[in-house]
Design a binder for this molecule. Structure first.
Ligand SMILES: NC(=O)C1=CN([C@@H]2O[C@H](COP(=O)(O)OP(=O)(O)OC[C@H]3O[C@@H](n4cnc5c(N)ncnc54)[C@H](OP(=O)(O)O)[C@@H]3O)[C@@H](O)[C@H]2O)[C@@H](O)CC1
Ligand SMILES: [K+]
Length: 500
């Protein structure tokens, strides 16, 4: 599991650790790890460090200090290192002295050295930067990208807000980011994540001083494998869980088929379908138990997934209300989200999982879509708190937030969070831009609903579903466009990939 901590948590940990170490030791640790990572990249790129052309973009803070001390180490190994100070007169004095002593130089013409650089280190700002790149940095950063050098961000791409991943204006677009002590939320959440390139974590000994509950966690294969249901010898289809799917309409029968296709691959023992798309569902999936009439008359289910392609007719509204009245876990997606009342969700005692994309989240919060996209972490937390529900916010870095325990449907799953505090938000690392395709959300709803029916707590069902869904799209795609149907078809392969 990858975990990310807030800037406050990092600074507190740094203070405690620094009190036990000689002055400057921590920065030197960070710089040593950074130099090792850069040397490795240069060897991959050129086969050597000696003679490599390295340019340091250096701001006024300690982020620039890290770049300078790392630059000094590379200079001692024979690299030609040039500094471009972006805050002349405020450059880290110890770092600059170390670099000059090792044979590095201040660049006379930044654009000339950037045009021929092999590697550019971005040390403009780290966790102390705010408000995006400043105007004077823009031409230099553009020249760094335009020159064809590999760009390595120090701790965080400059211009990315460390705590949220927000980018105001412009930010450095790095090929790799070497970060210290712990991941920062902005490295794992878009739009920051997308600017960071390949991530590398350097251990500087902060671990024991960081809070045990991080801000954010990203599951990896082994974590998801532990969550997925495993049928045992005596499992029959009812013990494995029955998921009810309420989706589709005369206008959108395909949504019913896609939601069922996800539900059939999510571990539940059987799928009941309720809605106007029964014929289309049966034609494709004869194993589905199809019902007409209200969901409550369809027989027992262990969880419902309601909403994809429902439209907003009176049947849809009644079906959503009917499902929300059931005392079992309920996932609400798409059109279902437009048909629910905040109070109804808050008053439920069984878990509720809402799965909006940015536009739907914006409507639920009463803000603009752009606001949600720019500040995804704040938006998902706010929704979870307001509705007292688990919320999966879809997007290139899908997030899953749980309300604080004690909230209506807050069933914190095995988290070590303090009583009353919300557990860490989970960020899904398996997404791919190819997933932005019609109907892929319907597959996700069915899949997550199925995992809920199989007994996973809402937070785990949501994060495991997002993980499998993203991985399935990657496996199906291998660089080519995919249809939602492909994503569903590759789910068993994704599951095998995770548990194997
Ligand atoms: N904490 C740790 O555990 C460790 C931290 N370490 C390292 O220290 C880094 C944090 O250093 P930091 O605190 O000095 O802040 P940092 O990011 O260098 O920049 C702040 C300066 O930039 C300025 N500035 C602000 N916004 C700006 C903008 N948009 N564009 C341009 N400038 C802007 C602002 O000054 P201003 O110009 O506003 O007066 C301020 O002085 C951290 O990321 C890591 O690399 C490691 O060495 C070891 C362990
Ligand atoms: K940086």
């Amino acid at each position: 599991m990858r975990t990310a901590h807030s800037v406050d948590a990092v600074r507190n940990a740094e203070r405690e650790l620094m009190a036990r170490l000689p002055e400057g030791a921590l920065m030197k640790r960070a710089a040593a790890g950074l130099a090792t990572a850069c040397a490795g990249l240069l060897k991959d790129l050129l086969g050597r460090v000696y003679g490599a052309r390295v340019v340091l973009l250096v701001g006024s803070g300690d982020n620039g200090g890290d770049a300078l001390y790392a630059g000094a180490r590379l200079a001692r190994r024979g690299a030609g290192v040039r500094v471009v100070p972006l805050a002349p007169g405020r450059t880290h004095p110890g770092g600059l002295a170390a670099l000059l002593a090792a044979g590095g130089r201040v660049a006379e013409d930044p654009f000339e050295v950037l045009a021929t650089a092999d590697l550019v280190l971005d040390g403009i700002t780290g966790i102390g930067g705010h408000g995006g790149l400043r105007p004077d940095a823009l031409p230099v950063v553009r020249a760094a990208r335009g020159g064809g050098a590999m760009v390595v961000a120090v701790d965080l791409p400059s211009g990315v807000e460390a705590d949220s991943g927000e980018v105001t204006g412009e930010a450095v677009r790095a090929d790799a980011t070497v970060t210290f002590g712990t991941y920062k939320p902005g490295l794992l959440i878009d739009p920051g994540h997308e600017r960071a390139g390949a991530l590398r974590l350097v251990d500087i000994g902060l671990g024991p001083y960081l809070p045990s509950v991080p801000e954010l966690e990203a599951l990896q294969h082994a974590d998801v494998a532990r969550l997925l249901p495993v049928p045992v010898g005596e499992s029959d289809k009812y013990r494995r869980g029955v998921v009810g799917v309420v989706a589709g309409s005369a206008r959108y029968p395909g949504a019913a088929v896609l939601a069922v296709s996800g539900a059939l691959r999510g571990g539940a023992g059987a799928v009941r379908y309720v809605g106007p798309g029964g014929e289309a569902v049966l034609a494709r999936f004869p194993e589905t138990l199809v019902h007409e009439g209200p969901p409550s008359g369809a027989g027992r289910v262990q969880a419902w997934a309601v909403g994809p392609g429902l439209g907003d007719g009176s049947w849809a509204a009644a079906a959503v209300a009917d499902v929300l009245a059931a005392d079992v876990p309920v996932l609400v997606d798409a059109d279902g989200l437009r048909l629910l009342a905040e109070r109804t969700v808050r008053e439920r005692t069984a878990p509720t999982l809402l799965t909006p994309h940015a536009g739907e989240a914006a409507a639920l919060l009463g803000v603009d879509r752009e606001e949600v996209e720019a500040g995804r972490l704040a938006a998902v937390r706010e929704l979870a708190a307001r509705y007292g529900a688990t919320v999966l916010l879809k997007g290139s870095t899908t997030l899953v937030a749980e309300p604080a325990s004690g909230s209506a449907s807050g069933s914190a799953s095995g988290s070590a969070s303090e009583p009353g505090a919300a557990p860490p938000v989970r960020v899904n690392p398996t997404g791919t831009p190819w997933l932005a395709t019609a109907g892929s959300g319907d597959v996700l709803s069915g899949l997550a609903g199925s995992l809920l029916a199989a007994g996973l707590p809402a937070r785990d069902a949501a994060s495991a579903a997002a993980y499998l869904h993203g991985l399935s799209a990657r496996l199906a795609s291998r660089g080519a466009p995919v249809a939602a149907d492909d994503v569903a078809a590759w789910l068993p392969e994704a599951w095998r990939n995770v548990v194997g």
